[in-house]
Design a protein around this ligand. Structure first.
Ligand SMILES: C[S@@+](CC[C@H](N)C(=O)[O-])C[C@H]1O[C@@H](n2cnc3c(N)ncnc32)[C@H](O)[C@@H]1O
Length: 286
């Protein structure tokens, strides 16, 4: 329920306060909050105000920026303002590309030696994307002796990370997963009334979830990755921020590695060490 629909007069957000909240979002997350996003900001923050029993945006502004609350409230604020839309097997051509091009390429480079494929799911939201990757990589590994993989999955929102870590979804959410894979990689809840399914432990153990803000100076990620999925995050950043973030991600991308973006995103015009090699797939020179 959107409380602003029912009590609009209680949820008047002055242009000054709106600008202040929007500036805070950009400063914290790099996310641009312009135009129609202001009304989205209003309804998302109204929900948080209701949880705190605060009667107006002015009260919430005072609460948020109060040094006593800011550290803890920043986490809730970020949870409230991020857009976490995702799906299992979203933009599926990327998973075909992973299996048909990327993995054979990495395998050839390793000349058949045992290899652990390192993948970073950057901006993983509630887990549907890294679990899709884990399913695809597990299936690939079944036919390849000596193949193993590890996935790092990061996001800024603690709320979605908690969900991702638990790996529990309503059964309708897993419908994009082909039935055979669904029965292999998900278990129904013991309670027969429940509509929930959970990712099997063998798959969960392949992913490590961490909180990471792309705006941080140092990501403190020391691994080098064969591929990075960075899909549907760039759209929220301005050009300068995109360039900085992509260059930072590239520090952790192996030479010859692959970076995937969302199909509606482009790196055109950015000064980054990547070349477009397929729709929304970029390669780093070897
Ligand atoms: C629209 S979702 C995309 C999820 C997934 N990659 C996909 O394509 O389905 C964008 C995610 O980026 C995260 N995000 C936004 N700004 C971020 C930042 N500054 N640092 C880290 N994660 C951020 C959000 O919390 C959200 O979960």
């Amino acid at each position: 329920m959107d409380p602003t629909e029912f009590w609009p007069d209680l949820f008047e957000l002055s242009p000054e306060s709106c600008d202040e909240f929007a500036a805070f979002v950009t400063e914290e997350l790099g996310i641009q909050m312009t135009g129609e996003k202001a009304s989205m900001l209003r309804s998302r923050l109204a929900r948080r105000m209701r949880d705190l029993n605060l009667p107006s945006f002015e009260h919430y502004r005072e609460y948020l920026f109060n040094p006593v609350h800011i550290e803890e409230e920043r986490i809730h604020f970020i949870d409230a303002v991020t857009t976490n839309k995702t799906d299992f097997f979203r933009e599926p051509t990327h998973f075909d590309y992973l299996v048909k091009v990327v993995l054979p390429h990495v395998e050839r480079n390793n000349r058949g030696a045992a290899h652990r494929f390192h993948l970073w799911c950057a901006g993983c939201s509630s887990g549907e994307e890294p679990y899709t990757q884990a399913i695809v990589l597990s299936e690939y590994g079944k036919q390849r002796f000596g193949f193993d993989f590890a996935i790092l999955a990061t996001d800024i929102s603690s709320k979605v990370l908690k969900h991702a870590h638990a790996g529990i979804y309503e059964s309708a959410r897993v419908e994009p997963v082909p039935p055979e894979l669904r029965s292999r990689y998900f278990r129904r809840a013991r309670d027969t009334e429940s509509d929930l399914v959970r990712v099997v432990p063998e798959l969960r153990s392949k992913i490590s979830f961490h909180r990471l803000n792309f705006m941080d100076e140092d990501y403190f990620v020391r691994d080098k990755f064969d591929a990075i999925f960075f899909r549907n995050v760039l759209i929220y950043f301005d050009k300068a921020t995109r360039e900085v973030v992509i260059n930072k991600l590239c520090r952790n991308l192996k030479p010859g590695g692959f970076l995937f973006t969302g199909h509606s995103e482009s790196l055109a015009g950015l000064d980054v060490p990547l070349t477009l090699i397929a729709p929304a797939v970029y390669g780093r020179a070897a």
